[in-house]
Design a protein around this ligand. Structure first.
Ligand code: PMP
Length: 400
């Protein structure tokens, strides 16, 4: 049945991890896949998550029945509040609907489908670079995908002129995917002033903000500040979406917990959006998984557990920041050519290093350090133990 069909290209991040796992060099380092690692370079199940899971295992009142179409109610409601704040006007006015989805990816897909099919949105703008699946998901849904330059290699910062140009010249009704915080892969976010300018232009030009919030807490360590951009747009009365992922900030990667928040200015549109998005969900995943959503809702709805969880998020963000500082200091001490301030200026999990393909290949071949060809480095893969090794290798790659 597949004779003559070309195989699809490999997915770089998984290909890298497979190669890393096969590599038996004792000092190998995996800086590619976007997951948190402890100081001991181990995956981390948050202790508060473990505690809740133990409770769930012993809770005989829980069962395995299907959830309602929109998912677990206590989860969707608490996720909406985590996103928009307990005092959100949009929530109070019942202008928000949360649809549980299969991870942040599922939420992006669900939102993309809803807009394309029922709101006549056919054009999407995505930053270049971005999380590659943005182009994949919107492209597969049928959109005309337009990318615009976001990264300025001369300043190792944002290409602000290009961002503004794209916003000002996009056809009315275009969808803009906006990473709310800790932009993947660049770690470069707009300042508050820039967000305000983006919002002004989007209002004027009637563009649709589609936020993607996959790293709430990972930039500042504070959940409230990291949701600022989304809350600001919501306060301006936009019709907008936000795809929330709980993979990183709860460490629930393979439990696939996500939410599509649909925020509208006209309350009567909620019922319409809800009916359609539920039906799309019905045809894609039929019913949402319970386990991860139950963990998140149990934690968010219990003050003590919530505080404990916030502590975990802060701990992860703090470790990442420390790794940034250490790497920066090492490169400065080594006198590695170029400016490395962007190591400490960028936010979140990723360091968009500016290393070119040849340098990346050199790191992998000579040092068994695995990272993406774009030069993106997952800062969580660094530890105090491998820091010197990685910094020296980067130095060699740059000076070689
Ligand atoms: N958006 C961005 C920007 C991401 O980086 C990711 C995860 N890499 C996602 C969405 C999807 O996350 P999930 O694993 O929850 O599907």
């Amino acid at each position: 049945v597949f004779s003559g069909v070309e195989p699809a290209p490999p997915i770089e991040v998984f290909q890298n991890t497979a190669a890393f796992n096969k590599d038996d060099y004792p000092y190998k380092v995996n800086l590619s896949v976007g997951v948190y690692r402890t100081e001991e370079n181990k995956p981390w199940v948050l202790p508060v998550v473990r505690k809740v899971e133990m409770g769930m295992a012993n809770d005989m009142s829980l069962n395995k029945e299907y959830l309602p179409m929109a998912g677990l109610n206590s989860f969707t409601e608490s996720a909406n509040r985590l996103l928009l704040g307990d005092d959100s006007t949009a929530i109070r006015e019942e202008r928000v609907f949360g649809m549980q989805c299969v991870g942040g990816t599922g939420a992006v897909r669900m939102g993309a489908e809803l807009l394309y099919r029922y709101a006549n949105r056919k054009i999407v703008y995505i930053t270049d670079p971005s999380w590659p699946n943005h182009v994949g998901v919107f492209g597969d849904t049928g959109y005309e995908v337009r990318t615009y330059s976001y990264w300025d290699s001369r300043t190792s910062g944002m290409d602000w002129d290009s961002v503004k140009f794209s916003l000002k010249n996009a056809p009315e009704g275009s969808v803009f995917v906006l990473q709310a915080v800790a932009h993947n892969p660049t770690g470069v976010d707009p300042s508050k002033e820039q967000w305000m300018e983006i919002a002004t232009i989007m209002k004027e030009r009637k563009l649709f903000p589609f936020f993607d919030l996959a790293y709430q807490g990972f930039s500042s360590g504070d959940l409230e500040s990291d949701a600022w951009s989304v809350r600001y747009f919501a306060s301006l009365g936009f019709d907008m979406f936000c795809a929330q992922s709980f993979s990183k900030n709860f460490g629930l990667y393979n439990d696939r917990v996500g939410l599509l928040a649909i925020i509208v200015s006209d309350q009567s549109h909620i019922a319409i959006a809800k009916s359609h998005v539920e039906l799309i969900g019905r045809r894609v995943h039929a019913s949402s998984p319970h386990h991860g959503a139950r963990i998140v809702s149990t934690i968010l709805n219990n003050q003590a557990l919530r505080e404990e969880w916030k502590g975990c998020v802060t701990k992860m963000a703090t470790r990442i920041k420390l790794m940034r500082q250490k790497l920066y200091q090492k490169l400065v001490v080594l006198g590695t050519p170029g400016s490395w301030e962007h190591v400490v200026q960028q936010n979140g999990m990723f360091f968009y290093s500016g290393l070119n393909v040849r340098q990346v290949e050199f790191l992998t071949k000579e040092y068994h350090i695995y990272l993406l060809k774009s030069g993106r480095i997952n800062m969580c893969g660094l530890t105090l133990e491998n820091m010197d090794y990685v910094a020296n290798a980067i130095h060699e790659a740059v000076t070689n």
